[in-house]
Design a protein around this ligand. Structure first.
Ligand SMILES: Nc1ncnc2c1ncn2[C@@H]1O[C@H](COP(=O)(O)OP(=O)(O)OP(=O)(O)O)[C@@H](O)[C@H]1O
Ligand SMILES: [Mg+2]
Length: 467
């Protein structure tokens, strides 16, 4: 028993690529034929003569594909299929039916079979089906690993943060990723707009298609049209050969129009037409090209103000703004700062000399700062601090100087020289005032431990009572 379970565990943990098939048939000759074909297709093979044996085998070690005859004893292939669907939904089941019993094949497909084959079949047919299923199983396997990796991070799809504001964002991303309508991502600079766009693309069915980012502010105005829509040879001087535009290059995938507010006014109309008609006409061409592209646009500007001032077309805004995702500035989700700091320490520290922690003082400073440049500024601050610092713990002195000067516990300039104890008392009460009495946050601000703060407060209380 122990040996068996040890062997099973080993199989699970050492298995890196999928590829085991279980063949269920009570006829020896049929089992052998199927086994031979499966081995040729590169699969590992296990066999069972009854449904009971089959279920036992499935309990013992992982299987990716089951090929079962429908008339196999005891419970029959259809019931076996149903049990597999319920207990092992990742397994692909192929059923073998007798010639002339198409109804049962239909029933099996309805019950969730991946495919069926009518006996007698050509060896080639079975091999093709097995190979195709193996590829699908492999893809599914890889996707599952990827999904697990995405899930195990404290955030979603490369986005770090678990604050309620970010969780709302993740829910929206998950929802919109399954569709193709346009999404408008808004937020201050450095809040993660591009990461959100990527995350939408890579969480949805378009993930195998291209993700094409276009920075509308970086394109040379006179070239934007040909960049977006492409051109044909001879369309203008210098067009020596035809070039596919970005809209066409994103076919089957996602076009990310970054800094959309910077798109010149006349091109806004052309873009709108392309999105409405799902067609483009390359510069210099008479022919239209169908496109199947999901558009995600982003900006840190106020588009409604741009519409009022006449620099942005309202009709394009309506078209792009089907769903809006608004990213909070970092100062409104400060509780995510520690997670982000850890993430960037992991990302930038030298694997040979990893820096895994940060002093309380330094963390307090990061929590107190306002982050006008949002996550990008925090990312840069940590990267620079790691480049400058040398110890295993990131220190306050390693942080950029602009963070130093925003010292939260800085006291008003005063010529008066006070005893250190009095300075400390004032700093503590000021921190408590600034955090609205939140002791934990005050301790963080001051760069001291929570217990130290509690101890000091008790001491002040005792002094007050005895006074
Ligand atoms: N939630 C997050 N988790 C981890 N990294 C993040 C997060 N948000 C942003 N970043 C990082 O911050 C940097 C800026 O993000 P991004 O480029 O997506 O911002 P943006 O909103 O597009 O900024 P801009 O408006 O300036 O283009 C990137 O390096 C990105 O990886
Ligand atoms: Mg950006």
């Amino acid at each position: 028993m122990n040996e068996n379970s040890a062997a099973a565990t080993k199989l699970v943990s050492t298995r890196s690529t999928p590829g085991t098939v279980l063949i269920v048939d009570d006829e020896v000759a049929a089992r052998e034929l199927c086994s031979e074909v499966a081995l040729e297709a590169g699969l590992r093979v296990r066999t069972a003569a009854t449904t009971e044996q089959a279920l036992e085998a499935l309990e013992q070690a992982p299987v990716d594909i089951v090929v079962t005859d429908l008339k196999v004893p005891q419970m029959g292939g259809l019931e076996l299929l149903r049990r597999i669907r319920a207990a092992f939904p990742h397994i692909a089941v192929v059923v073998l039916t007798q010639y002339g019993t198409i109804e049962t094949a239909v029933e099996a497909m309805r019950a969730g079979a991946a495919d069926y084959l009518t006996k007698p079949f050509h060896v080639e047919e079975l091999r093709n089906k097995l190979e195709r299923l193996l590829r699908a199983v492999e893809m599914d396997h890889e996707n599952r690993i990827l999904r697990e990796q995405l899930r195990s991070r404290p955030g979603f799809g490369g986005l770090v943060g678990i604050s309620p504001r970010m969780q709302k964002v993740y829910k929206l991303i998950e929802k919109v990723s399954q569709h193709s309508y346009p999404v408008l991502v808004l937020g201050e600079s450095g809040t993660g707009k591009e990461l959100v766009a990527r995350s939408i693309h890579f969480s949805g069915p378009r993930r195998s298609g291209p993700f094409v980012p276009v920075d509308c502010s970086a394109l040379v105005p006179t070239l934007i049209e040909s960049e977006l829509f492409g051109y044909v040879k001879g369309a203008f001087t210098g067009a020596l050969r035809s070039k596919v535009g970005l809209l066409e290059a994103a076919d089957g995938g996602t076009l990310f129009l970054d800094e959309i507010a910077d798109l010149p006014f006349d091109l806004q109309a052309k873009l709108l037409r392309a999105l409405q008609e799902r067609e483009i006409r390359p510069v210099g061409s008479n022919e239209r090209v169908r496109i199947n592209v999901r558009v995600i646009a982003a900006t840190n500007r106020d588009l409604e103000a741009a519409i009022r001032s006449g620099s942005f077309r309202q009709d394009l805004y309506f078209r792009l703004n089907v769903v809006q995702i608004k990213l909070p500035p970092l100062r409104e989700r400060k509780s995510d700062i520690p997670l982000l700091v850890n993430h960037f320490l992991e990302k930038f520290s030298d694997p040979e000399r990893p820096v895994r922690s940060i002093s309380e003082e330094a963390m307090a400073r990061l929590m107190a700062y306002d982050w006008p440049g949002n996550v990008r500024e925090l990312e840069n601050a940590i990267e620079r601090a790691l480049a400058l610092g040398s110890g295993p713990v990131l220190q306050l002195a390693d942080l950029p100087s602009n963070l130093h000067s925003s010292s939260p516990d800085r006291l008003p300039a005063s010529d008066e020289l006070l005893p250190l104890e009095e300075l400390e008392r004032r700093a503590i009460f000021r921190a408590l005032r600034e955090t609205g009495g939140d002791k934990l946050a005050a301790a963080r601000l001051l760069g001291i431990g929570k217990t130290t703060l509690y101890r000091k407060l008790k001491q002040y209380e005792a002094e007050r009572q005895s006074a």
